[in-house]
Design a binder for this molecule. Sequence first.
Ligand SMILES: CCCCC/C=C\C/C=C\C/C=C\C/C=C\CCCC(=O)SCCNC(=O)CCNC(=O)[C@H](O)C(C)(C)COP(=O)(O)OP(=O)(O)OC[C@H]1O[C@@H](n2cnc3c(N)ncnc32)[C@H](O)[C@@H]1OP(=O)(O)O
Length: 214
Amino acid sequence: MSPAWHARDRLTDPAVRSASVSATKTSLTPPDDAVPPVRHPDAPAPGEPLGAHYAQCFGCGTEQPHGLHLDARAGEGVSVTAEFTVRPEHQGAPGLAHGGLLATAMDEILGSLNWLMHTISVTGRLETDFLQPVPVDSVLHLTARATARHGRKIYCTATGRVGGPDGPLAVRADALFVEVKVEHFVDHGRKDEIEAAMADPDTVRRARAFEVNP
Ligand SMILES: CCCCC/C=C\C/C=C\C/C=C\C/C=C\CCCC(=O)SCCNC(=O)CCNC(=O)[C@H](O)C(C)(C)COP(=O)(O)OP(=O)(O)OC[C@H]1O[C@@H](n2cnc3c(N)ncnc32)[C@H](O)[C@@H]1OP(=O)(O)O
């Protein structure tokens, strides 16, 4: 395939269309009648830690030994921040973070926006751009913000910068989350884990509170 053909193909074929082709509408482009996301009145104050939504979560769970242990904080507006230290067990190539793992960190920080809106939502679509390699031991400074809502759909975007909040941009992601009821987890989850989660009053209270919006 010639490079010229490839470039043209990226612009015209929806199957390979990239979010970085900014003039192109994709399923991650909010529709014209989308509305701005609203920060919930009971959202944690800027700087406040959000805590884990589920202790066994691979992204944020405090009791998940294999997890990323992301500890996100509320930001201004509908935004969140977190730091993620790349450890040797996160390698894909020698000394460099695995791309799928970085995408997981982006998924998690984007999912944390749920706390700011008091909405339970799950990832429907996640597009990640890897802009430069991320070495083991580096600290990735993550930020995410919601950009629009349309019905159950939440549009959001995230960045990961190396070495500091204003460091070089290494990872960028755009996503569409879809609002669900608590029943989504009860209906689809495995019985043992669901029963254990339901036995934790904090988890249930939090999940139910998220469903009641002003
Ligand atoms: C009892 C235990 C409780 C435990 C939970 C406790 C607390 C929770 C509280 C807070 C959570 C806080 C933080 C979470 C943080 C991070 C977690 C990381 C996030 C994840 O890691 S989460 C796992 C991966 N995730 C999935 O496991 C989803 C699998 N999937 C599905 O479950 C369905 O697929 C679903 C629900 C997505 C949609 O299904 P559905 O039937 O409900 O709705 P439908 O298909 O009608 O879509 C409605 C509108 O979204 C559009 N739409 C849908 N999908 C799209 C796509 N891919 N691209 C473009 N548009 C899309 C449609 O086009 C339509 O748009 P329109 O309205 O305009 O027609």
